[in-house]
Design a protein around this ligand. Sequence first.
Ligand code: SF4
Ligand code: SF4
Length: 198
Amino acid sequence: MKRREEMNFLERLYVIEVAKGVSQTSLDLIKHLFTYLAQVVGLMKSSKPWATIEYPDEARGYAERYRGRHRLTLNEDGSMRCTACFLCATACPANCIYIEAAEHEDKDIEKFPDRYEIDTLLCVYCGYCVEACPVDAIRMDTGIHPEIYPADPRAFIEDKHTLMVRSQKLTQEGPDALFKAHMEKLRQIERDPFNAPE
Ligand code: SF4
Ligand code: SF4
């Protein structure tokens, strides 16, 4: 598109252009106001008479394939599925997965992650870690956007326990409960950013 560089005489006066802008804004305002009133009194149908989503009290539902918060998946006995193979950490472009492997008590299991941490401040939510995992041990199917933690950046590092508990809660309570807990925490942080819950 070629941008017109020269303004004509009337445009250079500005007054007419300002009046055009004000009239357009006023027309939009009147149109939306009457649409809203028509919906309130039942002359027009709508699930609710406004389009605004009152975030964070309300949230737009995410698509099923949305890459939300991470979780480490569990076996039926509650143990973690991760085999500490390091493929997720290798695939991670942000270098934000830290794993320390350890020998397992069970001789049939070669090793397990003694430490597994994701620095969510560095994470770019690309999902490569999920793609790389050969045993489906890490997922981002929680349907919730990244967690917001208190002002301390160290709080954004999610450890093995946090990632496992998230899987348990998702199975037991469903994504809505996770979202509700997340929003409650967010409100507490808003009220008191320096004494927020863990
Ligand atoms: S989503 Fe991407 S950036 Fe985040 S931990 Fe996984 S691989 Fe790394
Ligand atoms: S989450 Fe998957 S890819 Fe990452 S270390 Fe564990 S088993 Fe390997």
